[in-house]
Design a protein around this ligand. Sequence first.
Ligand SMILES: Cc1cccc(C2=C(c3ccc4ncccc4n3)CNN2)n1
Length: 304
Amino acid sequence: MARQIQLLTCVGKGRYGEVWKGKWQGELVAVKVFASRDEQSWARETEIYNTVLLRHSNILGYIASDMTSRNSETQMWLVSYYHPNGSLFEFLQRRELDKNLMLKLCLTAANGIAHLHTDILGTCGKNAIAHRDIKSKNILVKDDLSCCIADLGLAVTHSPTEDKIVIPKHNHRVGTKRYMPPEVLEETLNTYSFECFKQADVYSFALVLWEIARRCVCGGIVEEAKPPFYDVVNYDPSFEEMRKVVAVDGYRPVIPNRWSSDPSLSLVVKIMKESWCEHPHSRLTIHRVKKTLMKAMDQLAPDV
Ligand SMILES: Cc1cccc(C2=C(c3ccc4ncccc4n3)CNN2)n1
């Protein structure tokens, strides 16, 4: 498999390794090349993608996994569809949004997370999956400007029948500090309750909603693309810095006044506030987030 792929250009670097634009049998593909120290993430993501029924329009389309030894080095690859728009993070840097596109990005990303969170019973069902690293860099924008969720290397699965939670072992990778909820920063998250992992995903997703809303032009005003907490922590914040801001001070991203005077944006604001609240059990479920976004889309007067 790997031998048939021609790597063209590197399109992204993460802690896990690199993402390359590649060509396979005349098709453009994305290839994630893992550093050998990250075999756990490679194995975990392979295991998750091999879960039946994980194929969904708002989950990154997986093609194959490959492990080859190349000049005595073990090379681990994951191959997926290639999305020229790149990540939501990059997309928001270069694009302003109208309300329709703003809601579409929010809703399709929520739909992908809802699919992960849902357990489908039955022989070829799927266990519920919590992502644990939701952020705008791990969401891709497809050609039709809908979102799909990527980076499942940290995911936690829950089997409802055995009520067993599978947490990747020795996986030193933890989520991205900037998007960590207070309970993770305080280390009070109850790892025996799968619900807690889903609630943590909803907190992180609320920050992504804030990033998207900033780029929505309304009343001729738009904010520039910024990561959450850009105003209070520096580029690569430490765990301690984030704990002080998020858990101790209870600080949350600023909501510009203009958002509250627009029907669509004020609905998204309501979702954010009820999703990034300090107490995990008070947060909305991703299913409720989805329903509210669908309502906002219906209420949006069709562009005449
Ligand atoms: C499972 C897998 C395979 C290949 C890439 C990825 C991945 C990403 C990815 C996927 C497709 C892309 N297409 C274009 C540009 C960047 C991309 N990044 C981002 N995080 N993980 N995941």
